[in-house]
Write a protein that binds this ligand. Structure first.
Ligand code: SF4
Ligand code: SF4
Length: 115
C-alpha cells in the first residue's frame, strides 16, 4: 500500500467523519481496552475546533488507529479522498461506504457516547 507522509500534519485531515454502527462498537471496544489513564489523557487533550475527538495531538497520530472508521482507512488512497500532500497516492477509484452511516463522529457521537 502507498504510504502517506502523515507525520507532522498534526491531524490536518482528521475532522468529523461518517461512522457506521459496527464501527462505533469497535471504537467502544478499543477505548475499553485502553487503561483508564491513557483513555483519560486522550480525552482531555486540547484540540483545535473541528479536529476529531480521537486525534492524539501529543503523539501526532490517530488515538484509536486499529478501530478507526473505514473512511479514515481509505483516505488519501482514492480519487474522491485525495490527500493534498501526496495526491499521487490516490490511485484507486472512488471510495463508497459498504455500510450505511449512522452519524458523524465528533458531532453526533462524542466522548460521552463511549462511556
Ligand atoms: S492523509 Fe495527507 S493530509 Fe492527512 S495526515 Fe496524512 S499526509 Fe496529512
Ligand atoms: S478516527 Fe482517527 S484517523 Fe479518523 S479522523 Fe479521527 S483521529 Fe483521524
Amino acid at each position: 500500500m502507498e504510504s502517506l507522509p502523515c507525520k507532522g500534519c498534526r491531524g490536518l485531515c482528521c475532522g468529523p467523519v461518517p461512522v457506521t454502527g459496527q464501527e462505533l462498537k469497535g471504537i467502544k471496544k478499543k477505548l475499553k481496552s485502553m487503561s483508564p489513564k491513557s483513555r483519560s489523557e486522550l480525552e482531555n487533550q486540547e484540540r483545535h475546533f473541528g479536529t476529531c475527538i480521537f486525534y492524539d495531538s501529543i503523539n501526532d497520530k490517530c488515538g484509536i488507529h486499529s478501530a478507526r472508521p473505514s473512511v479514515c482507512q481509505a483516505f488519501g488512497l482514492h480519487n474522491n479522498l485525495v490527500c493534498f500532500r501526496k495526491p499521487e497516492a490516490a490511485a484507486k477509484g472512488n471510495w463508497y461506504a459498504k455500510e450505511t452511516h449512522v452519524g458523524i463522529l465528533s458531532n453526533d457521537y462524542t466522548w460521552k457516547d463511549f462511556k
